[in-house]
Design a binder for this molecule. Structure first.
Ligand SMILES: Cc1cc2nc3c(=O)[nH]c(=O)nc-3n(C[C@H](O)[C@H](O)[C@H](O)COP(=O)(O)O)c2cc1C
Ligand SMILES: O=C(O)C(=O)c1ccccc1
Length: 352
């Protein structure tokens, strides 16, 4: 079994179809933002405190009313069956076993109802791309509600699909035979094309009005994913979102967006404690989690590390990836002299 996320990536690369590896690993354009996400963590130093008698660190947090055993969530990622035949079911079981939340992608290859059925009692959130057909969008929201999802994560960094050179070069633009985006079924077996699977539409027409529509449509808390500009963070608060999720989509949308962790301080300042702030992008080690939380994140999420675990070892692989991160977060806090993730502050972090 690999012992680091880097080793998991190497193992996953060995197992995956090269075009699928490129799809998972790659990003937009020159992949400047993909690299920046990890590099930014390396440019932040941790400044430990000593003799604090902190004992064993506590790393549990509560997010939107749900307790989580570790402050590392599973970011929404598409197409898990490309990595493992059990697909999103395997990921969900591992996340539930680790006591954390899986954010199920709208582009999942297992239907959200089937993911939920695989992990009774676990907390799932559902990620949504608002579709121009609001009746269809509402149907998806109702499915997520009925499946028991506890929050709606609305991704807003994708008014168009990112241009990913690796995918263009490999000609990767669709799932292989036998795999579908199961959350995109039309639900009308008697329709002209049977139970049609709709394509996911990225629409530049989506605006704050759609956020307002969603707020009226559902009682689920809304998490806005993909906010990078502090002005948008303030607007999001005006529009009643329950949490902000700072993300550049792992560098897969607009290339040359700043590293996710470098965006945090301004967004955290703009939000001023009104709602929790989540972040993802480039988190590979315990110290990365601690740095993000010291800079004001309530929790973080990981995308590719989960895919590498899934491709390398299925459910057990994902469990191991999450377990590695949990152990490293605890160890890092111990060495920082910090008793609880709630005690972290920006004084622990320095540029280097
Ligand atoms: C293969 C892949 C598929 C993704 N699919 C989605 C998706 O369906 N919806 C979404 O909001 N974000 C999606 N993302 C972005 C992730 O949620 C997350 O922002 C990103 O992976 C974080 O960066 P990391 O991979 O460095 O942890 C995807 C990312 C990857 C790598
Ligand atoms: O690949 C992605 O990053 C992604 O967000 C996505 C969106 C729609 C369908 C498949 C993947």
């Amino acid at each position: 079994m690999p012992r680091t996320i880097r080793e998991f990536e190497a193992a996953a690369r060995d197992r995956l179809d090269p075009a699928h590896y490129d799809y998972f690993a790659g990003g937009a354009g020159e992949e400047i933002t993909v690299r920046a996400n990890e590099a930014a963590f390396a440019r932040l130093a941790l400044l430990p405190r000593v003799l604090r008698g902190a004992g064993s660190p506590r790393i549990g947090v509560t997010l939107l009313g749900s307790p989580v055993a570790m402050p590392v969530l599973v970011a929404p990622t598409a197409f898990h069956r490309l990595a493992d035949p059990e697909g999103e079911r395997a990921t969900a079981r591992a996340a539930a076993g680790a006591g954390t939340i899986m954010i199920v992608s709208m582009a999942a290859t297992v239907a959200v109802e089937d993911v939920a059925a695989a992990v009774p009692g676990a907390t799932l959130w559902f990620q949504l791309y608002v579709q121009p057909d609001m009746a269809f969008t509402e149907a998806i929201v109702r499915r997520a509600e009925a499946a028991g999802c506890a929050a709606l994560v609305v991704t807003v960094d994708s008014p168009a699909r990112g241009r990913r050179d690796r995918d263009l070069r490999n000609g990767f633009d669709d799932l292989p035979e036998g795999m579908r985006c199961e959350n995109m079924r039309d639900g009308d077996p008697g329709g002209p094309d049977g139970d049609l699977v709709r394509p996911i539409v990225m629409s530049p027409e989506i605006s704050w009005e759609h956020v307002d529509l969603l707020r009226r449509m559902t009682r689920l808390p809304i998490v806005l994913k993909g906010v990078t500009h502090p002005a948008d963070a303030r607007l999001a608060l005006d529009h009643g979102v329950s949490a902000l999720y700072v993300s550049n989509h792992g560098g897969r949308q607009l290339d040359t967006v700043p590293a996710a962790v470098d965006l945090l301080p301004e967004i955290v300042a703009a939000v001023a404690g009104a709602v929790p702030v989540l972040v993802d992008g480039g988190i590979r080690r315990g110290p990365d989690v601690v740095k993000a939380m010291a800079l004001g994140a309530s929790a973080v999420a990981v995308g590719r590390p989960v895919i590498w675990g899934l491709a390398a070892g299925g459910e057990r692989g994902v469990a191991r990836v999450l377990g590695l991160l949990r152990d490293e977060v605890e160890h890092t806090l111990t060495l920082c002299g910090v008793a609880s993730v709630h005690d972290l502050g920006p004084d622990l972090v320095r540029p280097c």
